[in-house]
Design a protein around this ligand. Sequence first.
Ligand SMILES: Nc1ncnc2c1ncn2[C@@H]1O[C@H](COP(=O)(O)OP(=O)(O)OP(=O)(O)O)[C@@H](O)[C@H]1O
Length: 226
Amino acid sequence: MPQSHQQSLVQLSQISKGFNDGDQYHLVLDCLDLIIQQAETVALTGPSGSGKSTLLNIIGGFEYPDTGELQLQGADCRKWHDPQWSRFRRQHLGVVFQQFNLLTPLNVRDNILFPLSLLGQKWNDWCDYLLQKLAITELAQRPIEQLSGGQQQRVAIARALAHRPALLLADEPTGNLDAEAAEEVMQLLCKLAADAGTAILMVTHSDSAAAHMQRRWHLQQGKVHE
Ligand SMILES: Nc1ncnc2c1ncn2[C@@H]1O[C@H](COP(=O)(O)OP(=O)(O)OP(=O)(O)O)[C@@H](O)[C@H]1O
């Protein structure tokens, strides 16, 4: 994949996306333009139903736009199909959702190892560092179902950053936590992403979570306002 220091990590040009609702077409994203630079952190806010998750899904290749251009690290993704998207996600993308999507039959360590093993990588010092910083070292052998919501959230963050992705997509990553835990997790997330050189695009309804990001975008009526 082509790369240079000046190259944007994510570039959306004139992206539109809508859904059929009965016999009505509902336009959700309306000719959106946006750029995310390498290692930049961005909060995405907006009313419920404004299209925040749809936008994240398009950038992650989980949904396709109706029209417009999407470039990731300079590569034109319009014609990508599953093998290319899967490869990009495995190598360059980390994802943290509100429902952590951890593999419940596995323990903490194996959940974090999983994305690495798909890349042919082994457990390494960075994994130990993630566990230590997230205060889950003691839980490494514990099955996921025996963890609290806050502990699972930390495992989800470790798993998302284990392969040092270029971009982390986070959808309400502190949505299940109380205010104090949310603040702590946001601080950790930002520090670890900075250590890994990872850019973040984070959907949130929380002003205090958004304040941790360098930039803040508000999505309303299909457009992003800064
Ligand atoms: N697969 C789909 N089929 C039909 N409509 C959809 C689909 N996905 C999303 N929508 C609609 O698109 C609009 C945007 O949804 P989206 O989930 O992106 O909003 P959101 O800003 O993330 O909302 P929230 O803050 O409530 O999570 C909503 O009206 C939703 O009903």
